[in-house]
Write a protein that binds this ligand. Structure first.
Ligand SMILES: C[S@@+](CC[C@H](N)C(=O)[O-])C[C@H]1O[C@@H](n2cnc3c(N)ncnc32)[C@H](O)[C@@H]1O
Length: 267
């Protein structure tokens, strides 16, 4: 991993259960987040708690909001299947060409990256914030215990903790993906449940000192994608750059597509 330029508020680590799994999570978190961890809760802005075998983020200020990554519950009782033909995100990444490789350069808690992997894409998920990356890694670890999801994650999902601009800029020619997917900021989750809005507020607070350089990301993405860059925006937000080649609208968000066919010249 390259030195990480990201600035993250200090985090206290609490262990609320004594299971074998929790000890394994604890060892991993201590290793990956050593430079961020403080021992006194008074001096921290956030708390990472290990509870019920998962890693969760809480505000230190005593609110009860907590976030953890759960890929398993939404899939319970469901068969893995592709998206509907009308699904705007699937249309934007041109999902019908199954097996296409995607770099999700702003992985966050991995919801979009995981969906793309379940659809059949080979996904490299890049997240530079070490706390967010630790939560995502924890969600992947728990999902690996479910055989159906283990197959998907094993074959088609790779998590990289790194700055995506640096990662894309040093990508070998043979590793260039068909699609680079960008979802730069946790937007206001208007219309969602109060619980989801509180989660978003907590994540925005965690990332507040760490603004996303959207233009640098887009430029790096456009230089390496073999087929297209897809940028997720709020439905009525301005595009990151004009002209957009094609846009797919959902009820809340929009996917702007920038074709990169010029990158295929001579392939
Ligand atoms: C809105 S979230 C992505 C949400 C994600 N699509 C999901 O489904 O959970 C944006 C994430 O991008 C990360 N990010 C921003 N700039 C980045 C960069 N240059 N390299 C890697 N990650 C970055 C932020 O830390 C944040 O976690």
């Amino acid at each position: 991993m390259r030195p990480n330029p990201v600035c993250v508020s200090k985090v206290a680590l609490l262990v609320d259960d004594d299971s074998v799994e929790s000890h394994a999570v604890l060892a991993e978190v201590k290793r990956d987040l050593a430079s961020l961890l403080v021992s006194d809760v008074e001096n921290c802005s956030f708390v990472l708690a290990i509870q019920d075998g998962h890693l969760e983020l809480r505000a230190a200020s005593g609110t009860r909001n907590a976030i953890h990554v759960d890929f398993v519950t939404p899939m319970m009782g469901q068969k893995l299947s592709g998206p509907s033909r009308k699904e705007p995100m699937a249309r934007a990444i041109a999902f019908e060409r199954v097996g296409r490789s995607v770099i999700d350069a702003t992985a966050g808690l991995g919801g979009d990256a995981f969906r793309m992997a379940t659809w059949g894409c080979e996904v490299t998920a890049i997240e530079r914030n070490p706390v967010v990356a630790a939560m995502l890694a924890d969600g992947v670890r728990r999902a690996m215990a479910v055989p159906q999801l283990a197959d998907v994650l094993d074959e088609r999902f790779r998590l990289v903790t790194d700055d995506a601009v640096a990662f894309l800029r040093t990508l070998a020619d043979g590793d260039r993906p068909d699609v680079v997917y960008l979802d730069p900021m946790f937007a206001e989750a208007t219309g969602k449940s109060a619980a989801v809005r509180k989660e978003m507020t907590l994540l925005r607070a965690l990332l507040a000192d760490d603004p996303t350089d959207e233009r640098a990301l887009l430029a790096a993405a456009r230089d390496v994608a073999m087929d297209r860059v897809v940028v997720k925006r709020m439905r009525h937000a301005a595009a990151l750059a004009e002209p957009v080649d094609v846009a797919y609208r959902g009820s809340v968000v929009r996917y702007d597509v920038y074709f990169c066919h010029q990158n295929n010249v001579g392939e």
